[in-house]
Design a protein around this ligand. Sequence first.
Ligand SMILES: O=P(O)(O)OC[C@@]1(O)O[C@H](CO)[C@@H](O)[C@@H]1O
Ligand SMILES: [Mn+2]
Length: 452
Amino acid sequence: MAAEQISHGVPPSLSAKVVGSFAYLTVRDRLPTILTRVIDTIHRNKNKFFEQFGESGIQAEKQAISLLSKLRNELQTDKPVLALTDGLQDTESWNQYLQRHQNMQGDQEAVSWFKSPWLYVECYMYRRIQEAIWLNPPICDYDVFNEGKAQSYFESQQAVMALCTYLEEVNKNMEETSKNQLSEHFNKLLKVSLWGNKCDLSISAGQENSQKTSPIDSLNSLQTFILVDDSNVVWSTLNSIEEPGQQEKSTSGRVDFVLDNAGFELVTDLIFADFLVSSGLACEVRFHGKCFPWFVSDVTAQDFQWTIRQTMTANHKWMSKSGVQWQKYMKEGVWSYHDHPFWTLPHEFCDMSTDAPDLYATLMEANLLLFKGDLNYRKLTGDRHWDHTVGFDTSLRGFGPAPLCSLRTLKANVQVGLQPGQGEKLTSQDPDWMTSGKYAVIQFYSPKSVQT
Ligand SMILES: O=P(O)(O)OC[C@@]1(O)O[C@H](CO)[C@@H](O)[C@@H]1O
Ligand SMILES: [Mn+2]
């Protein structure tokens, strides 16, 4: 039996080795489809590379496609996971992780696409896509997922306009707003940010998946699909932040968003963050994004800046007003964007304190951490075969730099913190409940509430 399966009652990782499982179907069908789309995108942009870089652009395009076709072949024929060769900042960490898994698996069997943890090989695929781009200098800044992310932003304009109009109303009346009304606005915008996660591009293998109606209007009917709703605890956490040394005085603190997808989801996060600052619930917001294009639609620094710029220049009064405000928050340092190589490593978050102690220390300074999306949930819980009734705190396995909340629509079959029988009931009513994106959770954990 593999070492990880016998380590202290921690359940095994989800893996494509379970034939027919969601992990198996993803590795067999969805990942090769995503690779094929990436290859097509690069090929379609051949002329652009030629215009920009001349003949060397064409050579780079050919070479990148050849590396990506090789990658697709390795995946589809369950070849061993290979060490990276690009000598970048995180190359060593990836290669050490491979060694760690090889040691756990024993020498008889190589770490490979269909035998190793799904979380690991899926992350590895995105890192190898990046390697293919980075190894071809003239096109090394090219974001193979850019077109889809921009499209998701443009296709959700109606919804963005509706949200910015709502935000304007809320902000305009802030002075006269009672605590109860504030808590209602908070609840709505938290949930808009939650459901914004429905719109990622990886689950649809890159196909159009955007929001077209006003999200505020849909919130009531969506409530029954929220399986765990800890939003009240999140609200009370933000309302009970104490200044160090001043026990009684309540003040606002720092909220960190560990971002997920660009396009519509990012706008919902920015709107929520705007509200947190304008209401005084937070005085600082930090956004954490990815260092390179990741899981098709995840936010990079480029996407972050682009989204604010686009919103600023939109031909809609409240949209552009919001964008201008966001730019101002960035300039003043009230908001800031950060990336760290750890977010694009395959590690479970319980490894963060040892493998990225600097990042862990930064997160400890936050008053609240909001983890957006499904992949962050998989990393929080280690992407393991947990019983649905296991506590969220147990599944975190010691991870808890600060009070944290996962805002996630379910797109992978890991779910903890449910009531006894809740999972079974859902399975009988709706067999795809864990993977369809139809259900969601707002799950909270605070290291402070742990009795020592
Ligand atoms: O993290 P996100 O954007 O919410 O979802 C990412 C995702 O679509 O990609 C994986 C499947 O390929 C799953 O973890 C998840 O469903
Ligand atoms: Mn994502």
